[in-house]
Design a protein around this ligand. Structure first.
Ligand code: URA
Length: 239
């Protein structure tokens, strides 16, 4: 007999969604067990015996967990497939893990740097949900200069669309040859947040690179290359 788990755990184990997001998939009627639509959250399934499908496609729990770090180059989308057929970050991985792994959050097409990938939905939730306050640090290169007032506005929070950003850590690293380089740490993950924050203070980001997530650093991993996270890094990020 296989292990018996709750349906939402089974879905999270397949890497398709975090346990929370899996609950929504179930209640919205997108999940079937042995062909029968299930909307009850308490439902239990047996791994290896019950057949579970999401939107009509069979899903299987991956028992082995993968946690990797990629130094994403610009010109790649942070998803497993792209409607415009652009290269995806998955294309940069080795054949044997490609089918099993998903980006943890996203970096823009034109952003480079530290991107985590995993098949552990709960890990993704811990790293990406703003309530866990996981700091993300970026190096932003902006065109021209920035005023002290602009830096302080970024520090205290700026309005992007109808949202006020949380206080950020901001440090100017250099200002020469018509560009300014700024280190900025935020813990939220709104779409294009760093670029929009700079726009809100009248600056245009021309290069953006993520260098760390919490205490986990990109270090000297070459552009376009990946490595497995250490067990220390995994424990720290999923604490
Ligand atoms: N903020 C952005 O503007 N872009 C990213 O890719 C990440 C954070």
């Amino acid at each position: 007999m296989g292990e018996i788990v709750r349906l939402q755990k089974y879905i999270a184990m397949s890497g398709k969604a975090s346990r929370r997001a899996a609950e929504e998939l179930i209640t919205s009627g997108r999940v079937r067990v042995n062909g029968e639509k299930i909307t009850e959250l308490g439902t239990k399934v047996e791994i290896g015996a019950d057949k579970v499908s999401l939107d009509g496609k069979d899903i299987k729990p991956e028992m082995k967990k993968y946690y990797i770090m990629l130094n994403k180059p610009t010109g790649y989308v942070s998803s497993v497939s792209d409607q415009f057929d652009r290269p995806t970050v998955i294309d940069l991985l080795d054949e044997e893990i490609r089918a099993r792994i998903f980006p943890v959050g996203r970096l823009d097409y034109d952003t480079e740097g530290l991107l985590l990938l995993t098949n552990d939905g709960d890990f993704t939730y811990k790293v990406t949900h703003p309530k866990f306050h996981m700091d993300k640090t970026y190096i932003a290169t902006i065109k021209g200069g920035i005023t002290v007032k602009g830096l302080n506005m970024l520090r205290s929070g700026v309005k992007i669309e109808d949202y006020k950003t949380s206080p950020a850590e901001v440090e100017m690293l250099s200002c020469e040859k018509g560009v300014t380089v700024i280190k900025i740490t935020i813990h939220e993950g709104k779409n294009r947040q760093v670029r929009k924050m700079f726009e809100a203070v009248g600056c245009r980001v021309i290069e953006l690179k993520r260098i760390s997530i919490g205490k986990v650093e990109l270090g000297n991993l070459p552009l376009g290359r990946w490595r497995y996270l250490t067990s220390h890094e995994i424990n720290y990020l999923s604490r």
